[in-house]
Design a protein around this ligand. Sequence first.
Ligand code: 13P
Length: 286
Amino acid sequence: MPVVPMKDILDRALAERYGVGAFNIINDLTIEAVLAAAVEENAPVILQTSVKTVKQYGRRQLYDIFRTLVADVPVPVTLHLDHCPDRTVISDCLAGGWNSVLFDAHELDVAENLRQTAEVVAEARMTGAHVEGEIEGIQGVEDDIGSDEASKIQSLEISIDFVKNSGVDCFAPAIGNAHGQYKQAPVLDAQRVSDLVEATGIPMALHGGTGLSDDQFRDLIARGCAKVNISTALKEAYLKPSLEFLRETEQKNKWDPPSLFRHQRTAIMEMARQHIRLFGASGRAW
Ligand code: 13P
């Protein structure tokens, strides 16, 4: 059963007010480590890929790796394409088996974004896939996408109208969150999440998860952020302990790649496990 539609994961999480970690995986090692943490926690999990990762591997190879690694996993897993402004890549991933896509057309005006997002929703439905929508940029550049400039915030009315008329299954509001490490503690407009969830009934995606406080996570999840995106924390968990490990390796002059991979796997598993527990997703697999 392991691969399930995104909507199955998010609607349950919204109803029971827990959050599902959406981890930006980069390769086989990170996929396997995040899945292992989800299995240990008996939690549903979202694996998401940036456009950069899709292009680096090629869509088919990346999907084949995902399918192979997920084959014996007993918890619900779904595969999502993160921020993608490119309709060709969206169509390619939908045709190639992704369960969900974020069509990130915030650079278009809202009317054109709505028109195209509705088309993406119709296209996704043909393969049983789901769509996350976005009308404001989330600050910060991640995997070559985005901007460090703060984006224009749309009114609540415009956001609600976009959700209702596009048919998206999940929505990514800008609430003062940003990709990457925060330079200072962010002041978040949590009420906007409550207002959007109340008016639309759909789950919100919390972007910029890395660096938020435990209280911020708990509050936003309680308000309806059922999808919680974590990317920078995974990259740091992957590489920072590796640096230390490689320095020791250099001192010993004993070069054994599998030892490094085990070290990295442990660090990524621990990072994922901590987030899964904090988000209240442990024990929620079905
Ligand atoms: P962080 O890199 O801040 O964890 O944000 C992840 C994200 O929102 C991916 O879309």
